[in-house]
Design a protein around this ligand. Sequence first.
Ligand code: VG1
Ligand code: CO
Length: 581
Amino acid sequence: MNYSGKQLSEIACVQRTSDRMVQECVVVPVPTSRFEGQKPGTSGLRKTVKVFQQKNYTENFVQSILSAMGSGLEGSTLVVGGDGRFFMTEATDIIIKMSAANKVSKLIVGKGGFLSTPAVSNIIRKYKADGGFILTASHNPGGPDADFGIKFNMSNGGPAPDAATNTMFENTKSIQSYNICPDLQCDFHSIGVYEYMVDGKPFTVQVIDPCADYIELMKSIFDFDQIKALVGGEGKLKVLINSLHGATGPYAEKIFLQELGCPPSSCIKTNVLPDFGGGHPDPNLTYAADLVEAMRSGVHGFGAAFDGDGDRNMILGQNAFFVTPCDSLAVLANNLEHIPYFKKSGVKGFARSMPTSAAVDRVAKKKGLECFDTPTGWKYFGNLLDAGRISICGEESFGTGSDHVREKDGIWAALAWLQILASKNTTVEELLKEHWTEFGRNFFTRYDYEGCESKPCEQMMKNLEAYISDPASIGKVYTALGKSYTVSAADNFSYIDPVDGSTASKQGIRIMFSDGSRLVFRLSGTGSSGATVRMYVDSYENSPDKLFGSAQEMLAPCVEVGLIISQLRELTGRQEPTVIT
Ligand code: VG1
Ligand code: CO
C-alpha cells in the first residue's frame, strides 16, 4: 500500500474554481439498536474486525462519538486517519458519510484514510481542528480475523479523557438511530479538496499527504544536520529501523532515508500491510525479535522498532543492548538540553505512568523539577501537558513523548535518542551505563499473560483487592530463590488530576516491599477479548557492583513472590508469560 502523497503546499493549489464539482447529499436517519460493550478502554474501542463489521456496529459507535461533542459538533472540523490496518478504508468512508450528515463542516483526511497516531495529533493542533478519529487497534494484530479499533482525540490533539469517553459509552447505550449521507462519494485515495452541499450547508473533505506536516514538525524540533552527520551515509553509524509493517513505514522512509541520508537497508518492514504481515505490530523483545536478532550481529549501532499506529518505540544499542522504556524516559529527561526544541522552550516537569519505574523521578529530583505519577494510558498526561507542567512523559509500555503533540511518538523518540548520541558523541550503552552510575539503576520487568480466560483473572484481581485491604498483609515476609521480602505497603492506585481535580480510582494493585521493590498488577484495557494480566516488577540498586547485571536475574526472586501472592499460575493455568519485557 502506498500512502505517500504530494506536499501539502500542492494541496493548496486544488482551487475552488467555477467549474468545481459540488455533490448534493441527503441526510438519511437510520434506525438502530444498542450493542453491548461499546466501552472505550485504555485507548479507544478495540474489538475484532468481525465485530466491527456487524451491521450498524461501527455506525453506532461513530454516532455516539459525534453526539458526545454536543453543541460543538455543528460547524466543526475533524481529522480522520488510521494505521493502515484491515477495515480502515471502510471505517473512513463511514466516518466521512456520517460526519457530513451530522453537521460537521470540514474533515481533514490522510490520503487513503492513513495517518500515524502522532501525525493525527499534530494535524489536529496545527490546523486547530476540534478533534479527530484515529482508526487503530495500535499494537494489536490486524487483518480480517484480528483487531480493529476507533479512538477519538480532542481539540488539544490528545486522547479523549474519561469524562468524554463515559459520555460516548452512555450514548452507545441509548442510541436509537444514526445519521448518514449514504450517497456521498469521496475519493479519499487522491489528495485534493472535495465539496458537498448537505441540506443546503457546505461540507468539505480535504485529503492531505499523511507525511508532510509531521516531517515539518520533526525538522522544527531536531537539528537534522547534526543527526545526519552521525548516521547519514557510508562509514557512519549504521541504524536499523523496523516499522513492523505499521504506520511509521512511510514516515520512516522519508525521514531516515530521504532527509537523513541513511542507506536504504536502514529501514525495514516499511511497507504498510493491512495485517502487518501476520505479526503483532508490537515493538518489544518478543514481537520485534527479528530486530533484536539483527542487532545482535553488532553491525548496527542503533536500532528502533515502532508499533502499528506509530506511537510506541523500542530502542536498542549495538549488540542488541536493550533500553527499557523506563530508562529511555529517564535518559531523555536527563539530556533534553541537547535537543533544539527544548533548548528553546526550556524544560518543565516530567511524568510517567504509575507502573513505570521511578528512574525519571531521580532525574526530576536532581533538576529540581516536578514529576507526576499518572494512571496507565496517555490520556492522563493531556492536562499536565496543556497546563505547561511537563515537557516529556512516558510509559513502561514503550511509550515516550513530549509536549510537541499530545500522543506518544515513536519516531520522535528515535530521533531524540539519535540527537543526544550525536550531540554527546557517545553510544547507547555508554549513555545508559553513565546514567546508572550517576543515578543508580531502577531494574524493571513486565510479565504479560495474554489471552487468558476472563473469570479467573477477575478472581485474581478480587483476591488481590482483599489482600491489600487486609491490614495483616503488611509485615508479611515472603522468601523466594534465597531472597526475602517484607510487605511495607499495599494499595489500589488512585489519581487526582492536579489540573482539573478529576479522579481515577482502581488503576492497579501495588504491593511495596521494605527494600524499595514493588509489584503492580493490572488487567489490560486494550485487548479485544478475554483478559490479559500484566505483572510489573521493579527494584532499585545503587551499589556499583550491582549496576550492570541482568534485570531478569536481579528481579527473579521478586517475580516469584509476585506469582506466589497473586496465585497467578494456579488461577490462570499459565506457567509462563506470553511476553517478558
Ligand atoms: C497498554 C499499555 C498502556 C498504553 C496502552 C495504549 O494498555 O499498558 O501503557 O497506554 O496500551 O498503547 P493496557 O491497558 O493494555 O495495559 V497503544 O500504543 O496500544 O494505543
Ligand atoms: Co500504539
